[in-house]
Write a protein that binds this ligand. Structure first.
Ligand code: FES
Length: 327
């Protein structure tokens, strides 16, 4: 990693007050914990004394207490603030310190800055402003980060679904670069009975996918043909161990979206709880289906990624390396 980056590693709901959460990001074991005032902190998930997991420890007013010998570490600085049974004339050496990471919580996502340099740049969730019927979740998925991003361009219907909507294979123009993302529009139609037509002349809906070329989050938008937003989904994907990824997501319906839906979609939502959710993120991926996908749009992302190598995360360069995981 030649420069640092913000990574969205967890959701707000995964870290309750005075609880810990172990994650692994870019090969680094990290413990997140929320203090009694509600602030989130991130430390290396290894006690500097005997390397046991701090995530098994207890959140105290003074920081996170190691479960083994009870040393306590300040969440903001990592400094050891308490050692049980220390004599009155002894002080705690400054080198007794856990590695602390910059943390920012925004719009329901918890971000950690990894790598060299001072934290800078926009957070992956900076422009995520939830609306109606928000849904969120997290999972570990059996695919590398690089391939997950590629499939979001080549075949997003294998990664998520919108009730009553059929995502087609028809691109609406070429992929374009915007603010470190590759953006691609494809046509979508309201689903009727059966599998839907193989070809339609007009697409009443557009599925817009914004896929980062380095660190960052994916945005998927379902729009009308007139670009009126219906549903927005933000997915943060981070490389995990053994060729898998950890994903966490949030998404919502825009005001007035239901007015755009055909009556049969609204009726199904009224009578069936399953379709009340405005979208579903798949946590099981059909290997045979994604292996059969053409790779054209994702080739563009890889070209851009190689050109912009300095901004890439290790997870992009070594897709199967241990990286970001919620355990
Ligand atoms: S191993 Fe953590 S205090 Fe000893």
């Amino acid at each position: 990693m030649t420069q640092g980056a913000w990574w969205a590693v967890a959701l707000r709901e995964q870290v309750p007050v005075e609880k810990t959460l172990a994650v692994v990001c870019e090969g680094m074991d990290i413990v997140l914990f929320r203090d009694a005032r509600g602030a989130v902190h991130a430390l290396e998930d290894r006690c500097p004394h005997r390397r046991v997991l701090l995530s098994d420890g207890v959140v105290l007013p003074g920081g996170l207490q190691c479960p083994y010998h009870g040393w306590t570490f300040d969440g903001a600085s990592g400094r050891c603030t308490d050692i049980p049974n220390l004599r009155r004339d002894e002080t705690i050496p400054a080198k007794y310190k856990a590695q602390a990471f910059p943390v920012e919580e925004l719009n329901g996502f918890i971000h950690v800055w990894l790598g060299p340099g001072e934290p800078a740049g926009a957070l992956p969730s900076a422009d995520y402003l939830p609306g109606q019927r928000e849904r969120f979740g997290h999972a570990v998925v059996a695919i590398s980060r690089r391939h997950y991003l590629d499939i979001m361009l080549d075949g997003p219907q294998h990664l998520l679904a919108f009730p009553g909507v059929q995502i087609t294979d028809f691109f609406m123009g070429d992929a374009r670069r915007e603010h470190g993302h590759l953006v691609l529009d494809r046509g979508a139609i309201w689903r009727g009975r059966g599998p839907g037509p193989a070809f339609v002349r007009d697409h009443p809906l557009v599925l817009r996918t914004r896929v980062p070329q380095a660190a960052g989050a994916i945005t998927v938008e379902l729009l009308t043909a007139q670009e009126l937003p219906l549903v927005t989904v933000r997915i943060a994907a981070s490389s995990h161990r053994r060729g898998t990824i950890a994903i966490c997501w949030r998404g919502y319906c825009h005001a007035g979206a239901s007015v755009q839906e055909p009556w049969r979609v609204r009726l199904r939502r009224a009578i069936c709880p399953y379709v009340r959710a405005p979208f579903t993120v798949h946590t099981q991926i059909d290997g045979a289906a994604i292996a059969a996908l053409p790779v054209a749009p994702s080739l563009e992302r890889r070209r851009g990624g190689i050109a912009g190598l300095s901004g890439m995360g290790a997870g992009d360069l070594h897709a199967d390396s241990p990286a970001c995981q919620a355990r």
